[in-house]
Design a protein around this ligand. Structure first.
Ligand SMILES: Nc1ncnc2c1ncn2[C@@H]1O[C@H](COP(=O)(O)OP(=O)(O)O)[C@@H](O)[C@H]1O
Ligand SMILES: [Mg+2]
Length: 321
């Protein structure tokens, strides 16, 4: 009997939009792999090992991992700035090597590459030209974005005079010049002080509200926790965890009750009731503010009342506790 050898269907060449393209899946990677070679073409670093991911329309997706875990490599592969050594990736159903997809993408690189002698206005005008925007649209869009990222006061200063935080903000404005549907942000909060970090996080949440899809990578855990719907944790180029942030962080075998005016007597009674159903009171303590919130409260208080020593939460108006 002739044995039918099943021949695998040849993989469709990825030169055009995939016919099975689901518009709710903005990014898809399959077994995406990157090995950097040295000058002689010898494999040197396995930076990304078989990454399988899906990023959905309208979500803020975080790539989290320590330095060198392959986050920037992943973003560059998605942008088509690097070629994969194996596997494949599509954006809006198109292969990442297809240039036309870039019209719908904004990118904030890890390191600034902006021209140091241009002002903020000139910088945005320059990038608007690259997208063939007419001059009136460029002007309007640049003014809007400069205002949005809080740089109106410095819009006519050359970027070489900008601090790291200001450079990050103009970088974000540049990434948004083409009103992209997908924004890729590589360490968006790096170099920003807590106030700048909060503003950057608010801007990211605003992008989400506008229906945009955001992929950001960071090694700063709090930043990712605050803005991301789902995260992928990378370690040494491998995907270690993937899921919704709220679900990953939930301690499912414990519950929490928040109360006001708890007396020792009431606490003892609650412990008794719990014990009757096999429960146990583990911890009674006051909830803690985060250092970030405390800092932001102090800064805002100082802005509202310059000169006063701001004591948040306790003490009188003279700063006495
Ligand atoms: N151009 C390159 N040539 C060789 N190795 C590289 C290059 N870029 C990154 N790497 C290496 O690949 C690994 C992942 O780097 P990267 O993607 O930049 O990590 P992350 O952004 O998570 O810090 C690291 O070990 C890094 O040293
Ligand atoms: Mg990086």
């Amino acid at each position: 009997m002739a044995s039918a050898t099943p021949t695998a269907p040849a993989a469709a060449p990825l030169t055009q939009t995939n016919v099975d393209y689901d518009p709710n899946i903005v990014i898809e990677t399959q077994n995406l792999t990157k090995v950097y070679s040295d000058f002689w073409g010898r494999s040197k670093v396995r930076a990304l090992k078989g990454l399988d991911l899906e990023v959905r329309k309208g979500e803020v997706f975080g790539l989290l991992g320590p330095n060198g875990s392959g986050k920037s490599t992943t973003i560059k592969l998605l942008l088509g700035l690097l070629f994969p050594s194996g596997g494949r990736a599509t954006i809006f159903g198109k292969p990442t090597t297809e240039v036309s997809k870039n019209e719908r993408i904004g990118y904030l690189p890890e390191e600034s590459y902006l021209y140091r002698f241009l002002t903020a206005e000139e910088t945005l005008d320059f990038y608007g030209r690259l997208f063939d925007m007419p001059s009136s649209v460029r002007r309007e869009r640049a003014a809007q974005l400069i205002e949005k990222v809080g740089l109106k006061w410095a819009r006519r200063r050359p970027l070489k005079e900008y601090s790291k935080g200001m450079t990050r903000r103009i970088g974000l404005a540049q990434a948004l010049i083409n009103d992209p549907d997908l924004v890729l942000l590589d360490e968006p909060t790096s170099g920003l002080d807590p106030l700048g970090t909060r503003e950057m996080k608010d801007l990211i949440l605003e992008l989400k509200e506008q229906g945009k899809t955001v992929v950001m990578c960071s090694h700063l855990l709090a930043d990712v926790q605050d803005v991301c719907d789902r995260i992928a944790i990378l370690y040494q180029g491998e995907l270690k965890e993937l899921g919704r942030v709220d679900e990953l962080l939930e301690v499912t075998n414990q519950q929490q009750i928040r109360v006001e005016g708890l007396t020792p007597d009431a606490q003892a009674k609650i412990a008794e009731i719990l014990a009757t159903s096999g429960g146990k009171m583990l911890d009674v303590s006051s909830p803690k503010n985060t250092l970030e919130n405390l800092f932001l409260d102090i800064v805002r208080e100082s802005q509202n009342r310059p000169g006063a020593r701001g004591i948040i939460g306790s003490g009188d108006d003279n700063g006495n506790r």
